[in-house]
Design a protein around this ligand. Structure first.
Ligand code: G16
Length: 529
């Protein structure tokens, strides 16, 4: 099909202004056909501009309800589409006129390509379990084919698996570019870590997979290995309308309670939740007093920092920089714990892993996590080089060095990954001989609450200072400041969601009542605009 015919096949609906948000384009599934076709075109153009490197596309709306869907582009090393391409993506997505569309496309084609056309653009795609997924994949395929690109459809994968495959397609040293390659790398690495540390296996764990794709993939891992085992709950992918309903990482984090289906949890035992496309992880347990204790992204970041920091202490003479990257949603107590107890620097960025990742790669060990459980660790070349040339003085030093090297393969550096993050949590607890209870006692969270408000136009809310302060509408921040200062350890901020048509209000304070009252007051300010 020619580009012109494909353009006509996918007319853009009127009345929607598409915006490439926190994690790509996210709307109701039936509003995305024209966008999916255009994202096929964008990914192909991106591949052409990068000399034929493989670009990834994921069809998912992650933690959002089942009738929504999304399309996002993955860059060659597994990162998000660079922000410099977002205005172009928005322009293309909103263009209804063929001539304008064609002109925008032609302008993006590099001169050398126009002359020789010897680049074969490469695209890989996967989707989650949503009903609208197959239709949107077809639209993307039409977009890629219309520009003579080559596309491989990997069917249903977790988002991080597609990031992994994109990266491997461009960098063979990262692994084999297939789903099986992903499992092989993970299982081989865990087995080796356990073996050198004298353990047979990891503790089994119950995982709520939000009735999303992560459940199917964990079952595959169960069948493929002997060193770890996952008991999947909320693993019903046969009924896509159950996705994220009363379960999953976002439900657990937002409501601060157990997901549906856990039954009577065993006290002091670790449980975990993924989100719909398995790129977020939160852990939790019931303590002996019957209290629900959440171990969110902030906690996972501190656990990973403790593991890596502890191992690095054994390796004298290695100089690597380490930092933790957080967002405004990170609990104030976690920030204090990192600075004061772990002695590490903390940096803040806007919400969205694309922002955190960008900051994290400035360090040899960049640990980044959003409180919602989205995050990973990135390691520099120098980290690996220094460790590889290190001459251990005894066997315990050698084990520490080897474990540090293996962590590079265990943690999915391309993106936050529920599966590899969970396995790393289990490895960390085992190697540090740390109980869940002890992990939960590292620090006590300040009471916190997240509110979601429907407003006439969320785009009027403009922020600064890593989204911690509003600059527009003018005068609103001053009103928030006025309220916040009345509460001990009070903190609150307002920002427009990049994945939902809503404004989010976060509040934090020394106790539950104050936190709720503060949040409600800030919501009133927002509603009054
Ligand atoms: C996406 C992003 C996350 C972000 C979340 C909520 O998560 O990848 O970085 O924290 O949306 O974003 P917002 O508050 O702007 O709606 P996911 O898991 O849905 O892909």
């Amino acid at each position: 099909m020619s580009l012109h015919s494909a353009f006509n096949k996918y007319p853009a609906p009127s009345g929607i202004n598409y915006a490439y948000g926190t994690a790509g384009f996210r709307y109701f599934g039936d509003q995305l056909d024209s966008v999916a076709f255009k994202v096929g075109v964008i990914a192909t153009l991106r591949s052409i501009c990068l000399g034929g490197k493989t670009i990834g596309i994921v069809i998912t709306a992650s933690h959002n309800p089942p009738d929504q869907n999304g399309v996002k582009v993955v860059d060659p090393m597994g990162e998000m589409l660079p922000q410099s391409w977002e205005p172009f993506a928005n322009q293309l997505a909103n263009t209804k006129d063929w001539h304008q569309f064609n002109q925008l496309v032609q302008e993006r084609l590099p001169e050398n390509y126009l002359k020789s056309r010897d680049i074969v653009p490469m695209v890989v795609i996967a989707r989650d379990t949503r009903q609208s997924g197959p239709r949107l994949v077809s639209a993307v395929i039409d977009g890629v084919n219309a520009l003579n690109g080559h596309i491989t459809d990997f069917g249903m994968l977790t988002t991080p698996q597609l990031h992994y495959i994109t990266r491997c397609s461009n960098d063979g040293s990262f692994g084999v570019a297939s789903e099986q390659g992903y499992y092989n790398k993970l299982i081989k690495t865990v087995t080796k870590i356990l073996q050198i540390n004298n353990y047979d296996c990891l503790d089994a764990v119950t995982v709520d997979t939000a009735n999303g794709i992560g459940g199917d993939k964990l079952q595959k891992i169960n069948a493929l290995n002997h060193v770890m085992s996952f008991h999947v709950i909320n693993g019903d992918t046969a009924h896509p309308l159950r996705l994220n309903v009363d379960c999953g990482a976002d439900y657990v984090k937002t409501n601060q309670r157990l997901p549906h289906g856990v039954g009577n949890p065993i006290p002091d035992q670790l449980y975990a939740s993924f989100d719909g496309d398995a790129d977020r992880l939160v852990c939790y347990f019931m303590d002996k007093g019957g209290k629900f204790r959440l171990l969110d992204g902030d906690r996972i970041a501190t656990l990973f920092a403790s593991l890596i920091g502890g191992l690095l202490c054994h390796v004298k003479g290695i100089h690597v920089t380490t930092a933790i990257i957080q967002t405004a949603y990170s609990n104030g107590s976690s920030t204090e714990f990192i600075r004061e107890k772990l002695g590490l620097p903390v940096y803040f960025t806007s919400t969205g892993v694309k922002h955190l990742h960008e900051k994290a790669i400035e360090f040899d060990v960049g640990i980044y996590f959003e409180a919602n459980g989205h995050g990973t660790v990135v390691f520099s070349k120098k980290y690996l080089e220094e460790l590889k040339k290190y001459e251990a003085k005894n066997s315990s030093e050698q084990v520490a060095v080897d474990t540090l090297i293996l962590l590079v393969d265990l943690i999915n550096q391309a993106v936050g990954d529920s599966i590899s993050d969970l396995i790393t949590v289990l490895v960390a607890l085992k190697l540090m001989k740390k109980s869940v209870e002890k992990w939960g006692d590292d620090y006590s969270e300040l009471a916190n609450k997240l509110f979601k408000l429907k407003v006439a136009d969320r785009f009027v809310f403009k922020t600064t200072d890593a989204e911690r302060r509003l600059i527009e509408p003018v005068g609103v921040q001053e009103k928030i400041d006025e309220v916040v200062k009345r509460y001990s350890k009070g903190r609150s901020f307002v920002r427009a969601s990049g994945t939902e048509d809503a404004v989010r209000v976060y509040s934090e304070a020394a106790n539950e009542d104050d936190c709720t009252e503060l949040g409600e007051k800030v919501c009133e300010i927002v509603k009054g605009i």
